[in-house]
Ligand binder design. Structure first.
Ligand code: THU
Length: 162
């Protein structure tokens, strides 16, 4: 038996104003995308902005449904829209933010497990790491250099890709 430790690095910024300008601009677009959120059940509004390698930015927001599982997170709305409209362009980065009608979101907003797996798919498709920028309405911003940090041992089955 071998004990294996997996560690990862990420950057923490005290506020959005400290971010490199490209990250700050994408993060602002994620915040603006919150306006499109439809969240009458959770009152938690998420925005995501996907930047493609050609510079295009595609945004998405969470869309809820009275039949709760039918809704979709902001990250998947954004990456699926990006992949549908630009199937041959690699995804370079995604920024995510959220607000709540009921409380202050003052921590970075990490994508849920299903969204992590969805984002990993596009890293694999283009063999290209995706930069991830996470922040709330206030507070720190975290930046990750690829999904390997957020989803170690992601489900990857090469046999299915043949
Ligand atoms: N949500 C997202 O949009 N992204 C996440 O990564 C986690 C959660 C949405 C789903 C639901 O509409 C609301 O936030 C509360 O869970």
């Amino acid at each position: 038996m071998k004990q294996i430790t997996h560690s990862f690095d990420y950057q923490s910024f005290d506020s959005a104003s400290e971010l490199p300008s490209a990250d700050r601009e994408l993060f602002e677009k994620a915040k603006s995308a919150i306006a499109g959120s439809y969240a009458p059940y959770s009152h938690y509004h998420v925005g995501a902005a996907v930047k493609l390698a050609n510079g295009n930015v595609i945004t998405g927001s969470n869309q809820e449904n009275m039949s709760f599982p039918a809704g979709l997170c902001a990250e998947r709305v954004a990456v699926f829209a990006a992949a549908s409209n630009f199937p041959d362009i690699p995804v370079a980065a995604i920024a995510i933010s959220a607000i709540s009608d009921d409380f202050e979101v003052s921590e970075p907003v990490p994508p849920c497990g299903m969204c992590r797996q969805a984002i990993v798919e596009y890293e694999m498709k283009f063999d290209n790491k995706i930069r991830i920028i996470l922040g709330g309405r206030s507070g720190k911003i975290f930046v990750f250099d690829g999904m390997g940090s957020l989803l170690p041992l992601a489900f990857v089955e090469k046999g299915l890709a043949k």
